[in-house]
Design a binder for this molecule. Structure first.
Ligand SMILES: [Zn+2]
Length: 494
C-alpha cells in the first residue's frame, strides 16, 4: 500500500506522488525569530518531522527546506523596543530555535534560508509580478498584489470571495490600495525600519518584504537547484492556511504560471489544559519550560504522536504522565530485547543484511500495522498503538521463554526501524553534580537511620529518592543507586 495524505488544496485524501521520485521537495514554514517558539509551534514541527522521517523510511529522498522569518512587523517592533538592531535581536532566538529543535530530536532541514539574506530573490519575484501586471505600487510607495488579477485566489482556504472582501474591509483602514483585499509584497521603509536596519534598496523603492513573499521567494529559489518551480509538499499550521498560504500560492503561481505545491498539509493546534495557548491567558509554554521541568523529549514526542496531526491536541499533566510512563516501558522493552539478543549494552543494533530464518508472528504483524498506519495520512496514534502491541506481545513471549536470541534479534530490528521514525526511546538521564551530591547525602542519611534501626526514617528517605527517579539497591557491599531513564535529574533539589 502506498502513502496517502490529506491535501488541504482538494480537501481529500490522495495517493502521494512526487514530481520526480524518489526526490521529494518539502517546504515547511519556519519560526518567526522575534521570540522563543512555543510548544504549539513545535507540535507543527514534530508533525513535519514525522512526515519527513516516514517519507525517508519509505525510500524517498527528501529535500527539506525550512525558512527563518527574521524580518517582519514583530521582529522589527521587538528589536526597536530592546534598542537593538534587527539581527542583534533575532540571532539569539535563531540559536535557541536550533537548540530546541535538537532537544526534541527533530531532524534538521537541509537548508534554513533566512529572509534577510534572501532579499535579492524577493526583489526579483516582485519585479516579475510588477512586469506581468499582477502587482502595482500604491500611493504610500508600497507594492501590492492585485487579487482581482488572480481569479484562483481563495482556492486553498475555500473562503468565499465576498466573505474575504467584507472581512478585509471591516479590519482595513488602509486607503493606499486599489482593493482592500490586496496584500503588501513590499512595504515602503518607515523610520522604525531604518532605525533597526530593516530596509533595503529596490528598483521599486526602499523598503522591506511582506511576510508572504518571503516564503514564496525562498521556496522557489531553493528548488531552482532541481530545475523545478513546484514543491512536492508544503506544510504549516492550520493558522497559516489563510492568508499566508493563500497569498504564497497567488504570488508564486502568478509569477511562474505553474502550480506552487502539489500537496498542502496542515497541522492542528495545541491547547494547554483545555485552553487555547495565548498571551492573554498567560499559558504560553516553550521548550525551555519543558527542559526546566525535566520533561524527557521522548515523552513530549510520544504525547504529540498520540493525537493525529489533524486533531487538536491537549497538553495536560495526565497526558504527559502517561507519555512518560509509555516511554519508560519502551526503554525497558528495548533493553530486554537487547539482552536476550545477546548484545553488549551500548553496542549498535543488529547488523544489516542479517536474514532471519523465522520472523515471529507478532513481529511480522507489527511491521505491517505500523507501515499501514503511517501510510494512512500519518496515523501516528495507530502506529503508536501497534508499537505498544509489540511490547505487550514481545514481553509475553519473553516471559514464557518462547523467544530465543534470534527472535529477539528480529524483533529488535523491527523495533529500531520504528524508532527511526518515531524516536521515542527515553533519554539518558543527565545527572549534574548538584543532584549527585544530594543523592549521596540522602543515601548516607538513610544508612545512618538504618544503623540506629530507625526504619521509618530510612523508608521515608527511600520514598523521597524514588519520587525523584532514584532507585536504591542494598547489596553486601553497601547501597547502590541508579536513576531511572526519563527522570528529571537536574537543577537544585529542595
Ligand atoms: Zn510561510
Amino acid at each position: 500500500m502506498s502513502l496517502r495524505l490529506y491535501n488541504t488544496l482538494t480537501r481529500r485524501i490522495e495517493t502521494f506522488q512526487p514530481l520526480a521520485p524518489p526526490r521529494v521537495t518539502m517546504y515547511t514554514c519556519g519560526p518567526t525569530v522575534w521570540n522563543y517558539a512555543h510548544i504549539g509551534n513545535f507540535r507543527s514541527f514534530l508533525f513535519e518531522d514525522l512526515l519527513r522521517r516516514h517519507l525517508e523510511a519509505s525510500g524517498y529522498r527528501v529535500f527539506h527546506i525550512m525558512n527563518l522569518t527574521d524580518v517582519d512587523d514583530r521582529t522589527i517592533k521587538a528589536a526597536a523596543e530592546g534598542g537593538k538592531s534587527l539581527s542583534e535581536h533575532t540571532e539569539p532566538f535563531v540559536r535557541a530555535f536550533f537548540e530546541d529543535r535538537d532537544f526534541l530530536r527533530i531532524r534538521p532541514a537541509h537548508v534554513y534560508p533566512r529572509a534577510t539574506t534572501s532579499i535579492a530573490a524577493m526583489v526579483e519575484l516582485i519585479t516579475t509580478l510588477l512586469e506581468k501586471g499582477y502587482a502595482y505600487i500604491g500611493e504610500d510607495g508600497s507594492v501590492y498584489f492585485s487579487i482581482a488579477k488572480f481569479p484562483a485566489y481563495g482556492r486553498l482556504s475555500q473562503l468565499d470571495k465576498r466573505e474575504l472582501k467584507v472581512g478585509a474591509r471591516v479590519s482595513s483602514d488602509e486607503y493606499d490600495k486599489d482593493d482592500p483585499r490586496d496584500f503588501a509584497l513590499w512595504k515602503a521603509a518607515s523610520p522604525l525600519d531604518e532605525q533597526v536596519g530593516a530596509a533595503w534598496d529596490a528598483p521599486f523603492g526602499r523598503g522591506r518584504p511582506g511576510w508572504h513573499i518571503e516564503c514564496s521567494a525562498m521556496a522557489l529559489s531553493e528548488i531552482a537547484r532541481f530545475g523545478v518551480k513546484t514543491l512536492d509538499i508544503h506544510c504549516g499550521g492550520v493558522d497559516n492556511i489563510f492568508p499566508h498560504h493563500e497569498d504564497e500560492i497567488a504570488q508564486s503561481e502568478a509569477a511562474t504560471g505553474e502550480p506552487f505545491a502539489r500537496f498542502w498539509l496542515h497541522g492542528e493546534f495545541l491547547n494547554i489544559r483545555g485552553t487555547k495557548m495565548s498571551k492573554r491567558y498567560g499559558n504560553i509554554l516553550t521548550v525551555r519550560d519543558l527542559k526546566e521541568e525535566g520533561v524527557d523529549p521522548a515523552a513530549f514526542r510520544l504525547l504529540v504522536f498520540s493525537t493525529h496531526y489533524r486533531q487538536p491536541l491537549d497538553y495536560n499533566d495526565q497526558a504527559l504522565e502517561a507519555a512518560s510512563e509509555g516511554v519508560r516501558r519502551l526503554g525497558e522493552f528495548h533493553e530486554r530485547l537487547s539482552e536476550v539478543a545477546g548484545e553488549a549494552a551500548g553496542k549498535e543494533g543488529p547488523a544489516t543484511g542479517v536474514v532471519a530464518a523465522r520472523v515471529p508472528e507478532a513481529v511480522g504483524e507489527f511491521r505491517r500495522q505500523f507501515k499501514e498506519a503511517l501510510d494512512d495520512d500519518l496515523n501516528a496514534p495507530q502506529a503508536v498503538a501497534a508499537l505498544f502491541g509489540l511490547v505487550r506481545e514481545g514481553n509475553r513471549e519473553l516471559d514464557r521463554g518462547a523467544w530465543g536470541p534470534e527472535d529477539a534479534w528480529v524483533a529488535l530490528a523491527a523495533f529500531r526501524e520504528a524508532m527511526d521514525v518515531l524516536d521515542l526511546l527515553p533519554g539518558e538521564p543527565e545527572i549534574d553534580q548538584e543532584f549527585r551530591a544530594w543523592v549521596e547525602a540522602k543515601v548516607a542519611e538513610r544508612q545512618a537511620a538504618r544503623r540506629v534501626r530507625d526504619y521509618g526514617r530510612a523508608d521515608a528517605i527511600r520514598d523521597e529518592l524514588r519520587a525523584r527517579g532514584v532507585e536504591l539497591e542494598d547489596t553486601p557491599d553497601g547501597t547502590r543507586w541508579r536513576v531511572q531513564r526519563g527522570a528529571g535529574t537536574r537543577g537544585a533539589v529542595q
